[in-house]
Design a protein around this ligand. Sequence first.
Ligand SMILES: [Zn+2]
Length: 323
Amino acid sequence: MPNSRYKFNPESLSFDRIRLGFREVLMRSLAYLVGSMIVAVVYYLIFAIFFDSPKEKALLREIDQLTLQYDIIQREMGNLEKVIGQLEETDDNLYRTIFEAEPIPATLREGGVGGINRYKDLDGYDNSGIVVETIKRLDAIRKRVVVQSKSFDELIGLAKRKEEMLVSIPAIMPISNKDLKRTASGFGLRVHPFYKIIKFHYGMDFTAPSGTDVYATGNGTVAAVLPSKRGLGNHIILDHGFGYTSIYAHLDRFNVRVGQKVERGDVIGFVGSTGMSLAPHLHYEIKVSNVNVDPANYYFNDLTAAEYERMIEIASKTGQSFD
Ligand SMILES: [Zn+2]
């Protein structure tokens, strides 16, 4: 830096050399230094703004990668939601219908968490949107899975009960009845064999030789074994649970004891003509919650649709019961 200047002198028409003092030289030097620094800072800022450092470049690449991965996660969640949707639909429209359970309301399946914003910690960053959306969808999926698995637990319980119910409810004929030829008298108003008046017949009669096997018509427990010379004669009452009981009357002999567990098809006694009976026959009753029902409707394990029609026909034609 020059420490001298020249000044034009109009009188001498020449340049006079001007000498600068130390102070002035120092000030000028400082100004030069500061100016250079400012220029340097400006250059630095320009580079920092318009050109990324290698570290920044790496970070940006990482953000791109993460965004891409979030996109993949979102797509996977979309697939998961579809699968859960199908499960829910089958659950409501098929499984829960079979087991006579109410469908689960959509509000329960998709119910939000509500109230406070649980995602506020995640707000305020450049990519908050995608993160919050991902976590919200995950939460919703988790909730739907929990609801669905609870529903399946309930269905398993119902299925087990249904299975037990199916083997317990009376569903076969109480004696072997090939070609339905032993069907003697049905349920309803019949002429009483002894009083010769019209009386309500609460069961179904099957004629068969004395000693013919009598079967338990469903799984259950022997509730009563009652020897008698009047009315129903020697008879057995089975308790099938689920509100069902069955009665086997006019037996010659018993083959079970009170409290014994029986399975459908077990021989519990033998046909006879004890009590008020016209001839050897089995009088069979079914009660649901203590009310007599028509046993003709409870042979679904034995009869085809056509046989059922015939059974109803035969049972309704006979005018007189054997009691
Ligand atoms: Zn009868």
